[in-house]
Design a protein around this ligand. Structure first.
Ligand SMILES: *[C@@H]1O[C@H](CO)[C@@H](O)[C@H](O)[C@H]1NC(C)=O
Ligand SMILES: *[C@@H]1O[C@H](CO)[C@@H](O)[C@H](O)[C@H]1NC(C)=O
Ligand SMILES: *[C@@H]1O[C@H](CO)[C@@H](O)[C@H](O)[C@H]1NC(C)=O
Length: 207
């Protein structure tokens, strides 16, 4: 009888131990997710501060804050993410404007404006891709990164120029309000993040 209850006791103790062990990961996970959320808040504040000095702070913050835990307060990752966001927006604008060329009943000058815009936006896609490419070399250049930084700024500036060339073309040609509106809107969707990416570069790499 006594031996039996000792066995029961042992089993109870073992079960207790197992329960404790099985709860350790949960406890640790809870602790680490609590510290994560604290750092996520400070990572987001970092992005907000950086974005506040750009031309379009709200666009900047809303497009970069989803990557806060990846950027982790690193200027280089911040700038690279801003470039990726701009490149993605450029591919989107390129697709949107290419789709406009399939609209029925376009006038000859509308078709011409759309064609020029597609060329311009495709160039800006390439230039942003080149700047991301240069960004990849930034890790290896150590203390002598001036050339890479200057190349990146040149590519991003060229992208901005190409995007605004499309909008300038709109004003010079006879284009219906609908087409003009659709092109302007998709250009703004890429011109803002591209301008923000250059602002972030200029403030984090002022040489
Ligand atoms: C950024 O600017 C906004 C609006 O002016 C302000 O509310 C916010 O406190 C600023 N944030 C930082 C971190 O500077
Ligand atoms: C893509 O373009 C469409 C139409 O211009 C726009 O509504 C959408 O927000 C864009 N998405 C991104 C990720 O830029
Ligand atoms: C352009 O058209 C294609 C094919 O219809 C479609 O898959 C794509 O989503 C469109 N692009 C945009 C940005 O609307």
């Amino acid at each position: 009888m006594e031996a039996y209850s000792r066995t029961t006791l042992t089993i109870l103790l073992l079960m207790n131990l197992l329960f404790l062990i099985s709860n350790i990961p949960t406890t640790l996970a809870a602790t680490s997710s609590a510290s994560n959320s604290v750092s996520t808040i400070s990572y987001k504040t970092y992005i907000q501060t950086a974005c506040n000095s750009t031309t379009y702070p709200r666009v900047c913050y809303s497009s970069l804050s989803p990557y806060a835990s990846n950027i982790r307060g690193h200027p280089q990752k911040l700038c690279k993410t801003a470039l990726s966001v701009a490149a993605k927006a450029a591919r989107n604008a390129s697709s949107t404007i290419s789709n406009l060329s399939k609209l029925k009943g376009l006038t000859r000058s509308e078709a011409a404006v759309i064609k020029d815009c597609i060329e311009n936006v495709k160039s800006s896609v390439d230039e942003l891709k080149q700047s991301l490419n240069e960004m990849g070399h930034l890790g290896a250049c150590g203390s002598d990164c001036q050339l890479q930084i200057s190349n990146i700024k040149t590519w991003v500036s060229a992208a901005i120029t190409d995007e605004s060339t499309c909008t300038d073309g709109l004003e010079e040609q006879k284009v219906s309000a609908t087409v003009q509106d659709k092109i302007s809107r998709s250009i703004l969707n890429v011109a803002r993040p591209t301008s923000n990416a250059l602002s972030l570069f200029n403030s984090h790499y002022p040489y």
